[in-house]
Write a protein that binds this ligand. Structure first.
Ligand code: FE2
Length: 369
């Protein structure tokens, strides 16, 4: 980092603040995220707190905060979002120390405004929030909470519930992947570089990410301190329909494909998730035959990895373990990745082929390959 300020990060990000999904029935979705994924109820807003238009449930597990929002009226933009996209991610909120400056820095570099800086207050202090549009109907909110001591945001009350299944070891958001349209990957790479000061840290072309049938391309964007990483995928031509294209068809446009959440013990976390009904992509047992030859020695026994379908990959700095859920809604759109990093900073490129073949088996069952 230069001391002259020439390379100063113009958009310092303190991390992911929350992810907000617009859903058809937030009450039921909140129950699913508590029961299946072990999120704890944190805060609530709705008619009882003075919001007659929508209801939001806030759930938290360690550093991961999810907001599930549903419309109370049919003409709401939230209802239209759900009608068009199904349940999906509307907001990737980023914590900043100055939300006015984040808005100014990004919009002067070409970002389309979504929310002018707004100050909200309650007895716990004040929050400043602003927002810009990204791919599809998705947005980034910039959240400045340094003068706020409340549980979430003004307008929310504590969500009291005696139903609280235990956490499963989900700790933080590792990365958040966007699917964009044909030939749009570089548009969004440029957006993250020019508008948000991110760097392209990894690139996968369609030769690396292809199977016999379908292909995609991906570039990983990271902010200056590496706390926030956004891989961007676009479909590529293959013999049959790309998994990214299937997503674009069912989401009716660009949007968040998957959110990767870190754990310190993937075997324990995934065992619990499976017991609670979370469905994962299954990996053929042949994957494990060659695993140790491919990646070298690891701390874990192969048997539980194979039983659970956990994938392993190695790079120059170490290795990682990862697994992918099936889509968590009926449309084949948003899914989750569970990841444990043991030194590796990459994204599991060595697993792409096994993974995409697993995805294609699911895509074929849906008649979309
Ligand atoms: Fe991922």
């Amino acid at each position: 980092m230069s001391s002259t300020g020439a390379h100063q990060d113009f958009l310092p990000l303190l991390g992911t603040d929350f992810i907000e999904l617009y859903v058809g029935n937030a009450k039921q979705a909140a129950h699913y995220y508590k029961t299946a994924f072990g999120y704890q109820g944190l805060a609530y807003s709705g008619p009882e707190t003075g919001d007659k238009e929508k209801v939001s449930y806030v759930l938290r597990q360690q550093k991961v905060t999810l907001v599930l929002t549903t419309a109370l009226k049919p003409d709401s933009t939230i209802a239209k979002h759900v009608d068009l996209h199904g349940d999906g991610v509307k907001v990737i909120a980023l914590t900043v120390s100055d939300a006015r400056d984040a808005f100014e820095q990004t919009t002067k570099r070409g970002a389309k405004p979504y929310m002018q800086p707004v100050v909200t207050k309650d007895a716990s202090g004040e929050i400043v929030m602003s927002g810009i549009q990204i791919y599809g109907d998705t947005v980034h909110l910039f959240v400045e909470r340094r003068n706020y001591k409340g549980i979430f945001l003004p307008g929310f009350k504590s969500w009291e519930s005696s139903y609280a299944p235990s956490e499963v070891g989900l700790k933080h958001i590792d990365h958040c992947v966007g699917n964009v349209g044909w030939n749009q990957m570089n548009t969004w790479v440029t957006f993250y570089e020019d508008v948000m000061g991110f760097k392209n840290i990894l690139t996968f072309d369609d030769k690396q990410i292809s199977t016999e049938y379908s292909a995609l391309m991906s570039k990983v964007m990271s902010n200056g301190n590496g706390y926030v990483k956004f891989p961007i995928n676009e479909p590529a031509e293959g013999k049959k329909k790309s998994q990214v294209e299937e997503y674009l068809d069912f989401y009716n446009g660009e949007g968040v494909q998957h959110i990767a959440i870190g754990t310190d013990n993937i075997i324990e976390t995934v065992s619990q998730l499976k017991n609670r009904g979370v469905e994962f992509l299954s990996i053929p047992s042949a994957y494990y035959d060659e695993l140790l030859n491919r990646i070298g020695p690891i701390d874990e026994d192969i048997a539980p990895l194979q039983k659970l379908g956990i994938l392993v990959d190695r790079d120059d700095e170490g290795y990682l373990l990862q697994i992918f859920t099936k889509p968590v809604e009926d449309r084949p759109t948003l899914f989750y990745e569970i990841i444990q990093r043991k030194g590796a900073k990459s994204f599991g490129a060595g697993n792409f082929k096994a993974l995409f073949e697993a995805l294609e088996r699911e895509q074929e069952l849906r008649g979309n390959l």
